[in-house]
Design a protein around this ligand. Sequence first.
Ligand code: TXA
Ligand code: MG
Length: 322
Amino acid sequence: MATDADITRAVDALRRGRLVAFPTETVYGLGADAADPDALARLYAVKGRPAEHPVIVHVAEPVQLAEWAAHVPRAARLLADALWPGPLTLVVPRAARVPDGITGGGDTVGLRVPDQPVALALLRAFGGGIAAPSANRFGHVSPTTAADVRADLGDDVDVVLDDGPCRVGVESTIVDCTGDELVILRPGGVTRERIEEVSGRPAAIARDSPVRAPGTLKSHYAPDAAVLLVDRDGLPDRAAALVAAGQRVAVLAEEPCPSLPAGVIVLDPPADVDDYARVLYARLHEVDRQGVDVLLAVPPRDTGLGTAVADRLRRAAGRETL
Ligand code: TXA
Ligand code: MG
């Protein structure tokens, strides 16, 4: 687990333009000094991410929102005050000082204060903003442990701070606060209901976001195994057909399913929707380690964190709708 000496080493690495992976409550992030264009270029190269995709800036304190925004919309202020630190990214008009390397050349910047002690210790000690996408290569499954980070990025990451598995397990909710209405660009760790309650305004969920956000591409967060979404009743027949065709099959579902054919790998079932979010990426990584060809997944109910889990499963399956 990360010590004070590890934090000092990480801050030093960031100041030298190096990359530091660190835990957040959602997933592990791959951090670079948000004010250093060379460090940002290295970040994009290691991620394998197209330059026009923007990256989130992480800061230690809600007041820092004003340093990165040209102006702070009222709804953004309300959301930041109530929900930061927390799994929420606010998209606001960018201040002139924000490097193009962060915004993908756009007029906005995404900001968040993570709710994780090691992340906050790092941000406070560093002082400035840390640009951090999830610490995985572009299109891969996001990491929720330090071991996942190392497995995907290897020596391309200079320091990895380890603080165990992430508490939430799916990424932050991204809310575009730049227009007349709030738009949720990516469902995540904060529910739509909570956003509407705190801001006092309706929040639309973007279907096909016009904003260049890779986490909103139809195929993303994908393991090597094919992912098929099924309902519980269809599970035994689907599994039987795939096994008969010689496929190595795994099943992910909250409720145990009694009548599965022999040979099917039944993954440890999540206890509820929050647990589903917490374990989802770990299960997707496990499926690849076990050499599974097809994962049959029964999505959770579309409530609370279930919305974000269903969204990630759809994208892992490369399909737009369930
Ligand atoms: O929970 C999270 O948000 C994690 C942790 C590490 O903080 N980060 C994360 O970053 O998921 P990333 O880069 O993997 O996904 C961030 C998403 C991307 O789809 C990106 O394009 C979008 O946020 N994004 C960032 N800035 C944006 C902006 N100004 N406008 C619209 N989308 C933006
Ligand atoms: Mg990501």
